[in-house]
Design a protein around this ligand. Sequence first.
Ligand code: GDP
Ligand code: IMO
Ligand code: MG
Length: 427
Amino acid sequence: MPVTVVVGAQWGDEGKAKVIDLLARDHSVVARYQGGHNAGHTVVVGSEKYALQLIPSGVLYDHVTPVIGNGVVVDLPTLFSEIDRLEARGVPCSRLRVSSQAHLIFPWHQSFDALLESQRGGSKIGTTLKGIGPAYADKALRVGIRAGDVLDAAAFASVVRARAVDANADLLAAGGEPVDVDAVVDQFTVLGRRLAPYVADTVDLLHAAVEAGETVLLEGAQATFLDLDHGTYPYVTSSNPTAGGASAGSGLGPRLLDRIVGIIKAYTTRVGSGPFPTELLDAKGEALVDIGREFGTVTGRRRRTGWIDCVMLRHAVRVNSLTEIALTKLDVLDTFDDVKVCVGYRLDGRECTAYPDRSDLLARVEPVYETLPGWQTTISGCRSAADLPVAARQFVALVEKQVGVPIRIVGVGPERDAVLEWDGAPA
Ligand code: GDP
Ligand code: IMO
Ligand code: MG
């Protein structure tokens, strides 16, 4: 299995980093392929907690080469503060490689992000305000500045200056605050110099690894329903977290991607605005926030919570070609007297099993649930499927049947070893 992709199958924060950390044991290279520091990926090792935004979650292993692929948008201040924090904790980062083709985020992107959000009034997307959308917009407009541009320091300084001047004109015209051009040029001259040794042809690096028989893990950020094409547009991010994006954002062609692991939580969460059919606005929703500690790693925002939605998951299976699933945070449901699984939708009085192609339709559907008894037992100590209470096994088996793809791993706690292999057998 040379190339494995890990992709979020809901709205993010499914526990991708924990599963990547687990899979990284058997991989030589772990590469991010899209998104930027809007991601918040948490790995818990013993009493240590690592919250990563840009650096691939495989960095914690000495044998792993961490790669930031061409599809990522890179915020240099965040990258270096992350490197500094990791190295201060004894995690060396010198083997990190950043694609020369990855686009850089600049302060004006953050100014535009804030300005656009403030102008959206009551229909805010609820972005992370990290400048992700404006950086990808510049990439699409073909005016972006890329990591490889830092290799010629004089040309880099002059292109940063020119773009800063243009961006200021646009910011002023749109009613925003201009950036301090000289300060930005000075800041990025220093940052560019620091980036240079990390810059590499990562497409070549990844292919060379595959050709040498090494295993590569492509780490998705965000998730299927935040995908610019397949998500709940416009309440999405500005990249393609879906498996197709893994090819574009890494340079490994689609035929090399042979194992595509979808990460799902035992319930659903979403940060920011947009439709959410199974959202719980009651005490059960609050309980999921409290027990699941559903607060964003990046922005600290409270995540919206609801029951697991198999209509969405079936769609995620289709658009990603998922070959297997890892189900996380089953332990968060431990205290519930009953648990619900959304198996279909009702739209305008008619039942539908397909995921609607428009956000306005998704906002109108009513979920159809199957209700199962809760297990009301602590399962965080379980290390095999056979250890799970019958009701928990029934829940996992129902989700697996509904989604139609084998569940391989079940998470029962945040720690690295709080996981078990699912045996596929119903209770
Ligand atoms: P990611 O963005 O998909 O990598 O997920 P986050 O790291 O943003 O959020 C997932 C949170 O759930 C983190 O705090 C993890 O430590 C935690 N987590 C992961 N798997 C499990 C699990 O099986 N049970 C519990 N209780 N927590 C988990
Ligand atoms: P990980 O990788 C959850 C959401 C934001 C907002 C929308 C657009 O940790 O799963 P953006 O700043 O990307 O333009 O915001 O996307 N969002 C995430 N939600 N997890 C994430 O990453 C997210 N990254 C972006 O809340 O709704
Ligand atoms: Mg996250």
